[in-house]
Design a protein around this ligand. Structure first.
Ligand code: BYC
Length: 325
C-alpha cells in the first residue's frame, strides 16, 4: 500500500491526504519506514540532510586523529588509534549507503562535501595539538557522539537505525579508549596531567556545541522529533552529556573549564554556562580554526584516490563483460 515508484530524483509523487495521514500513523505507532515505503518528500529530504552530514562528519572526523597515528607514543597506542580511525571510515561508508537508499548517490553527496556546500560536525574544525587530544577526543567527542547516536538506533527510518547499531558499538569502544588515555595521563607526571587538563580545556566547549543550537534556535528539531528521527532535543542531549561527563572529569582529577558549573540538588542535574554561540556560528560559516585545512586535505585525498576509483570501474566493466559472454 505504501510502496510507490520513485521518480528519477528519488522523490515520490504528491500523496493524497489519506496516504500522508497513514504515514504519520505508522511513525506514531513506532513502525519502521523502509526504503521502498511511501514517505513525504520533506521526511526524505531531512533524512538525506542528516545522514549525509553525519557521513561527512565521520570522514572529516578521521583527520584530527589521523594526525597522531605516526606520533602515537607506543606500538599498542598506534595500533588502537589506527583501528579507531579505520572504524570512522567504515561508519562514513555505512552512512553513505544508508543515504543512498533514499535515492541520492554517494558521488553526489561527496561532491557536495568537496564543493564546501555540505555541513559536517563543527567539532572537527579544531586542531589536535598534543597526544592528550587523542584522549580528549575519544572521551568527549565520541562520548558526545554516543549520547546523540544511541537514540538514533531507534530512528523511524529502518536503514539509518540499523546502521547506527554497529556504529554505536564501535563508538562505545572509542569512548573507552579515549578515557583510558586520559586515566593514564591523569595518573602520570605533572607534565602529563597538565597536558590532559589542557586538552579538556580546549575540547570541552566545542564538545557541547556538537549537540547543535539551543532548542529554541533549532530549525529541524520539532519536525524531526515528530517523525521520530530525533528522540531527544539538542538541549536534552547536551544536559545528559554534562551529567554523565562531569563526574568522569572529577574521577580523573581534572577541572571542567566552566566557572558556572554546579550541581543542582533540586533537579539532580548540573547547571552549566553558555557555549560561545558566535564561535559556533563562525565555525559553521567555514571560519573555524581548521575548516579550510580539513577541506583541502579531503580534496587532496579524493584526487589521490582517483586511480582506485578508475581501477574499480575498469574491474566492474570487465566483470560485466564476462557475465554477458
Ligand atoms: N555542527 O535544526 P538543528 C562522530 C546545523 S561524527 C555542524 O538543530 P538538526 C565522530 C544543522 O545541520 C558526529 N552543523 O539541526 C566521527 C542545521 O543546518 P542545516 C556527527 C550543525 O539536524 C569521527 C542547523 O545547524 N554526528 O561521531 O535537527 C571521530 C540547525 O540545527 C551542528 C551526527 O551527525 C554541529 N554541531 O540537529 C569521532 C549525528 N549542529 O542542515 C566521532 C546525526 C547543528 O539546516 N545528526 N548544525 O543547514 C544529528 O543528530 C543532528 O543533525 C544534529 C543537529 C543534532 C547534529
Amino acid at each position: 500500500m505504501y510502496s510507490q515508484a520513485l521518480d528519477e530524483r528519488g522523490a515520490h509523487a504528491q500523496p493524497d491526504e489519506a496516504v500522508n495521514a497513514a504515514f504519520e500513523e505508522r511513525v506514531a505507532a513506532e513502525e519502521k519506514i523502509e526504503a521502498n515505503d511511501w514517505m513525504p518528500a520533506a521526511y526524505r529530504k531531512t533524512l538525506i540532510r542528516q545522514i549525509s552530514q553525519h557521513a561527512h562528519s565521520e570522514i572529516i572526523g578521521m583527520q584530527p586523529e589521523g594526525n597522531w597515528i605516526t606520533r602515537a607514543p607506543s606500538l599498542r597506542r598506534k595500533a588502537i588509534l589506527l583501528a579507531k580511525v579505520q572504524d570512522e571510515a567504515g561508519h562514513g561508508l555505512y552512512l553513505y549507503a544508508a543515504a543512498e537508499t533514499l535515492g541520492v548517490s554517494r558521488e553526489e553527496l561527496v561532491d557536495q562535501l568537496l564543493a564546501g556546500t555540505a555541513k559536517y560536525s563543527s567539532i572537527f574544525n579544531y586542531p589536535s595539538l598534543t597526544w592528550a587530544d587523542m584522549g580528549a577526543i575519544g572521551w568527549l567527542v565520541d562520548g558526545a557522539a554516543i549520547m546523540n547516536q544511541i537514540p538514533l538506533c531507534r530512528c523511524s527510518y529502518g536503514p539509518y537505525a540499523r546502521a547506527m547499531v554497529r556504529i554505536c558499538k564501535e563508538e562505545s569502544f572509542h569512548q573507552r579508549q579515549g578515557f583510558e588515555i586520559m586515566v593514564t595521563l591523569a595518573r602520570g607526571t605533572d607534565a602529563q596531567r597538565a597536558m590532559a587538563q589542557d586538552a579538556l580545556n580546549r575540547w570541552w566547549w566545542p564538545s557541547l556545541m556538537m549537540f547543535g543550537p539551543h532548542d529554541a534556535e533549532s530549525t529541524h528539531s520539532d519536525t524531526s522529533m515528530r517523525w521520530k528521527i530525533k528522540r531527544f532535543t539538542n538541549d536534552e542531549l547536551r544536559q545528559k552529556f554534562v551529567d554523565v561527563t562531569v563526574p568522569q572529569a572529577a574521577f580523573l582529577g581534572l577541572t571542567v573549564p566552566d566557572p558556572d558549573l554546579r550541581y543542582d540538588d533540586s533537579t539532580g542535574h548540573y547547571l552549566f554556562g553558555e557555549p560561545d554561540w558566535d564561535e559556533f556560528k563562525a565555525v559553521l560559516r567555514g571560519e573555524g580554526p581548521c575548516n579550510a585545512q580539513r577541506l583541502a586535505h579531503r580534496r587532496r585525498a579524493h584526487d589521490d584516490g582517483a586511480w582506485v576509483r578508475e581501477a574499480a570501474e575498469a574491474h566492474a566493466a570487465k566483470q560485466r563483460k564476462r557475465a554477458v559472454a
